[in-house]
Design a protein around this ligand. Structure first.
Ligand code: ASP
Ligand code: MG
Length: 411
């Protein structure tokens, strides 16, 4: 008998029919003897609808009131699911975040969970009840309703699993697991049986949007085994866990991630003195612009070229700041490029294997793809390339690192 926290996202509870299906699923686990806590999101589209209502009153709704309102989406689904369970003879009870007492800080619309009171939940479980908890919401020390940021129900699920020391936190969604790359770009992408928290964090921050990033951080911190599964198809899904066996068979690379969210800025002919990087990036950070990759080159004439990337939304702003800086420090020119893409290979296996980066560069060279920037970390190598080569780059790396699914019969 296990204690399992199951989280169902918006599309999984998007209609009465689906809520009935979820109830069937939960019932099956319970008939097996497992203790179940279910966390649900609002019905799909509901949170957006609610935010839309608020925006009809004001472009920037008061955050406290916004939270009072958007938290109602989840309140509807917990009640409906509890009803559907009870109808099937499964004793169940629903709670809002406030009723459980999921204590958060007071940062409305992006609150952080501070503490969870598990007493009520344990009493109910002991009495044989399935507990249905509203995702995405909590309460601050003053009794104000708070929400955890978009996609926050994932974090509620993981936090409850951590508080209850659950055997597993299962995130049910509309995909059957975490893939080696985005299947829309790489038709040969495969579902991973397992991935580490670290790898998942890199994949998630690089644009693989299966889980809210904070939920993965939380799961890693408290070592909550996390599994991503399809709500309505059978299958093992993907287990996200700490890396226990660094086995020899472990693939070197777990996945190829990419994004088109960045833009590149270069300041050329900068007099090369100590403090140059600070003079260039100081004003950028003062403008609240986050910098991702950075490269500095030394030229022959005692000047240097300095290139960095920012989010595309920050590009025009960053350009303005950089042009100012260029005038002040006497740099030759500023150029920019928004048609870039970042492609990364991610895998804990590269810790114990040499030559991973050069294999990556070799694969790109073979396709004639020029690398503009490179950055590395312990479990990741990223390159910036011209955006039009993105698909080609991702597919050829997927092949080069032997991630392609075996061809099916008849193919
Ligand atoms: N309902 C919230 C949202 O749409 C939270 C969630 O679904 O995780 O962002
Ligand atoms: Mg989600």
């Amino acid at each position: 008998m296990a204690l399992i926290v199951q989280k169902f996202g918006g599309t999984s509870v998007g209609s009465i029919e689906r809520i009935e299906q979820v109830a069937e699923k939960v019932k099956k686990f319970r008939d097996n003897g497992d203790d179940i806590v279910v966390v649900v999101s609002a019905m799909s589209g509901e949170t957006n609808r609610l935010i839309g209502l608020a925006k009809q009153i004001s472009e920037q709704p008061v955050p406290r009131e916004l939270d009072v309102m958007v938290s109602t989406g989840e309140q509807v689904t917990i009640a409906l699911l509890a009803m559907a369970l009870i109808k099937r003879g499964v004793p169940a009870v629903s709670y809002t975040g406030n009723q459980v007492r999921i204590l958060t800080d007071s940062s409305f619309t992006k609150a952080r969970i501070l503490q969870i009171d598990d007493r009520k939940l344990r009493t109910d479980l002991k009495a044989g009840r399935v507990v249905v908890v509203a995702g995405f919401q909590g309460v601050d020390e003053h009794g104000n309703i708070t929400t955890l940021g978009r996609g926050g129900s994932d974090t509620t699920g993981v936090a409850l699993a951590a508080a209850l020391k659950a055997d597993e936190c299962q995130i049910y969604t509309d995909v059957d697991g975490v893939y080696t790359s985005d299947p829309r770009v790489v038709p040969k992408a495969q579902r991973l049986d397992k991935i580490t928290f670290e790898e998942m964090l890199e994949m998630a921050s690089l644009g693989s949007k299966v889980l809210q990033i904070r939920s993965v951080e939380f799961a890693g911190k408290y070592n909550v085994p996390l599994r991503v599964l399809h709500s309505f198809q059978e299958g093992p899904g993907t287990l996200i866990t700490i890396d226990e066996e660094e086995s020899m068979e472990q693939p070197i690379i777990s996945g190829i991630a990419f994004n088109r969210d960045e833009a590149k800025l270069t300041i050329r002919g900068v007099p090369d003195n100590p403090g140059v990087a600070f003079k260039i990036l100081g004003p950028i950070s003062e403008a609240n612009i986050e910098v991702d990759m950075i490269v500095q080159n030394i030229a022959h004439d005692n000047t240097t070229d300095f290139t960095f990337t920012v989010h595309r939304n920050d590009y025009l702003n960053a350009m303005r700041v950089l042009e100012n800086t260029a005038r002040e420090i006497g740099a030759r020119e500023v150029i920019g490029d928004t048609d870039i893409a970042k492609v990364s290979i991610v895998g804990v296996g590269m810790r114990s294997h040499a030559g991973v980066a050069s294999r990556m560069f070799g694969a790109l060279a073979k396709e004639g793809i020029n690398i503009q920037m490179i950055s590395t970390s312990e479990i990741k190598v990223s390159v910036v390339i011209e955006e039009k080569y993105l698909e080609l780059a991702v597919r050829s790396l997927h092949t080069a690192f032997e991630l392609d699914a075996p061809a099916r019969q008849g193919e």
